[in-house]
Ligand binder design. Structure first.
Ligand code: IVH
Length: 672
């Protein structure tokens, strides 16, 4: 392929992929399969790798998210980012309407919108290209989180259509979809991590993460609700919104009644009542409705106070709560041995579902609530599948109830529980003998994101363990078809499938094997980082805590957990067996690159214009080099981007290490 052909193909692919993104994420009406989409994306990624001279920060491949290991820059808002005043009743809203009617005597039209419960963002576009995304901050200045916002698929990187101002800002809310939030929490609990409290905090926390590849993996979405420009776009808010929709933004859908015009209090209340009833059918959380004066001239007349515009007001819904009796508390044991207390409640209707159980999180939570079995408790439901107990109705407390005695022994195997200093959760330490832990670990190992063993599931694991065929993950590789055939419910074909699935799993890459081992705090992303850094199980298992924490984003808690895992004789034996059975215990060397960087130890520093840090690391490996974290006597080369620290530079200069910039790096690998 000539350079020119490559450029053409890259342009076509980018255009096509953005169009598919738009259909999928904004219109919710995809026209190709996920598989075909991935194929196109991969083709583009390969071309961009081969022809880095055509790299473009607004390419669809950038949505996957690289790493940014610098703090966010604080930038001023061009237009202050105000908040909204709140009302909670029809009377208050009526008063508000009367107040503004005095300031603007002509007829007024209102726009009703949902009040999305997430994090506010202001995004600037220049010549149709996403330039910068900034958090609200204190309203006058916020954090530049452009890299993270680019991972959100419903935020366009390039605009469609025409007629948009050369430069403008659009504001909206970034939030997390409920389904994804619940899935994320499920995964966290399986990894022995505390679940996140609610989708809103998770969304804003995610946006502030330094590693945008984690941001990319989380289900963030957006709705945009406010266009600001020095150039006139339309003479009212509603029309601007509909224009923004044509430019590719995800703006509230009139056809789903996410946005509607109203003439008066009654019209506004139709909208408020409709969503009061139906908010639980939405795939995201809202905490109210926002009412805006539609006409821009009237908005201007009304103006703003220091804190909020007078042309808009929020009507907030009260969180739905009920009170019901706490019948008992049960304790669940997870795969890592973590104990989760669960409240069993007298069944009660709440937000459209019957609630029987609620999460109690941990012992501290129970103590903080001063919970007693027999109490009437207040239960609240946000978007979470599992509702929360938020308090006790003290007036209804019958006399003589005893405070809850948190269990001291494992409900499954009766081993004494432990609780490490500073940890919120109790654990059952009997990891090799406690049935739910044994089964949980095997289930985790065979799961889709780990070894993805086809034909096996929770029930087969249960069966095999109960039948005494396996008691750990290594035992899977000793299974013979003849052993499975006598088991009930297992036909010849299914048994063969399982055996084939286990055999095939020997090709699963090292990072997933590592994730599958189920080391506490080693989730998918951490496993990937450790695998990339240490390259094989031997180097990883021998790494000291200092060497572990030297890896990007690996903290003390993870390091200790990894160290503990590999100092345990039983784990060492297990890993040895897995090795013997032929599982992948080292990263595969990248194929296809030149070997210009062969044998070189390379440090990258700062951030880059045309590559994410992950992309540079991949390129280094692809061309035969090795990427390490810190400058030392072994370092052969430093690729310096924007913002390389002065102390790093001095150290490099003292050691006489060659420093090259991004352009030189590109030349080095392209001329090879
Ligand atoms: S308009 C000048 N519209 O609520 C005010 N805000 O409590 C411009 N919010 O900071 C905001 N949904 O983060 C507007 N449909 C909506 C909204 C909305 C959620 C948030 C926004 C704002 C906060 C104020």
């Amino acid at each position: 392929m000539t350079t020119e052909q490559a450029k053409d193909r890259i342009d076509t692919l980018r255009e096509e992929l953005e169009a598919h993104n738009y259909r999928y994420y904004v219109e919710d009406n995809p026209s190709i399969s996920d598989y075909d989409f991935d194929q196109l994306l991969r083709e583009l990624q390969e071309l961009e790798d081969k022809f880095p001279e055509f790299n473009d920060p607004s390419s669809p491949t950038r949505r996957v998210g690289g790493e940014v290991t610098r703090n966010f820059e604080t930038v001023p808002h061009k237009y202050p980012m105000l908040s909204l005043s709140n009302t909670y009743s029809k009377e208050e809203l009526e008063d508000y309407l009367k107040r503004i009617a005095k300031l603007v005597p002509d007829d007024m039209e209102f726009v009703c919108e949902l009040k999305y419960d997430g994090a506010a963002i202001g995004i600037t576009y220049r010549n149709g290209v996403l330039e910068r995304a900034v958090t609200r901050g204190d309203g006058t200045q916020g954090d530049d989180i452009t890299t993270n916002v680019k991972t959100i698929r419903s935020v366009p990187m390039r605009l469609r259509g025409k007629g948009y101002p050369e430069e403008f800002e659009i504001r909206g809310e970034i939030f997390m979809l409920l389904e994804g939030f619940n899935k994320l929490n499920q995964e966290r609990m399986e990894e022995g991590l505390e679940p996140f409290a609610n989708p809103r905090n998770t969304a804003s926390g995610t946006l502030k993460m330094q590693d945008s590849s984690i941001v990319a993996s989380r289900p963030l979405d957006s709705f945009l609700y406010f266009v600001l420009s020095d150039e006139a776009i339309a003479d009212n808010h509603y029309t601007s919104m509909m224009k923004a929709r044509e430019w590719g933004f995800k703006v509230p859908y009139p056809e789903k009644n996410y946005i509607a015009k109203a003439k008066d209090l009654d019209g506004i209340f139709d909208f408020i009542n409709y969503w009061q009833e139906n908010r639980h059918l939405l795939p995201f959380e809202i905490d109210g409705v926002v009412v805006k004066v539609n006409d821009y001239r009237q908005q201007e007349k009304l103006g703003s106070t220091a804190k909020s515009p007078r042309w808009a007001i929020a009507y907030k819904y009260k969180a739905e709560q009920v009170s019901t009796r706490l019948n008992s508390i049960t304790y669940q044991v997870g795969r890592t041995g973590a104990i989760t207390p669960v409240a069993n409640l007298e069944p009660v209707q709440l937000a459209g579902t019957t609630v029987k159980r609620a999460s109690l999180h941990n012992a501290d939570q129970i103590e903080k609530l001063d919970l007693r079995v027999g109490d009437h408790v207040f239960v609240e439901k946000g978007g979470e599948i599992i509702p929360k107990v938020i308090g006790v109705d003290m007036e209804k407390r019958p006399p003589g109830l005893e405070p809850v005695q948190y269990i001291q022994h494992c409900p499954e195997c009766n081993t004494a529980l432990v609780r490490a200093e500073g940890e919120a959760l109790h654990y059952c330490p009997n990891d090799m003998g406690c049935p739910p832990q044994i089964k949980g670990r095997i289930q985790h190992f065979i799961s889709r994101k780990a070894m993805d063993i086809e034909g096996m599931g929770g029930e087969t694991v249960e069966l095999f363990v109960n039948e005494g065929l396996i008691s750990n993950i290594a035992d899977l590789y000793t299974l013979k078809k003849e052993q499975l055939l006598p088991l009930e419910r297992l036909a010849d074909k299914s048994a063969q499938n399982i055996i084939d699935g286990i055999e095939a799993s020997k090709q699963i890459p090292f990072q997933r094997v590592l994730f599958g081992l189920g080391i506490r705090y080693v989730g998918e992303t951490v496993a990937k980082k450790l695998a990339r850094h240490f390259e094989n199980i031997d180097q990883l298992s021998q790494a000291s805590e200092e060497e572990l924490v030297a890896v990007d984003e690996i903290g003390g808690r993870i390091a200790t957990s990894v160290r503990e895992f590999f100092t345990d004789e039983r784990h060492i034996k297990l890993v040895e067996r897995l090795k013997l059975y032929g599982l992948q215990m080292a990263v595969e060397k990248q194929q296809g690159g030149s070997q210009v960087l062969e044998g070189m130890t390379i440090v990258i520093s700062g951030s880059f214009e045309n590559y994410s840090r992950t992309e540079i690391k991949d390129l280094i490996e692809k061309h035969g080099g090795k990427n390490t974290g810190s400058v030392s006597g072994n370092t052969d080369l430093i690729v310096a981007g924007e913002g390389m620290g002065p102390s790093k530079r001095k150290k490099a200069e003292d050691l006489g290490v060659r420093i090259i910039d991004e352009q030189e790096f590109t030349q080095l690998i392209t001329n090879a």
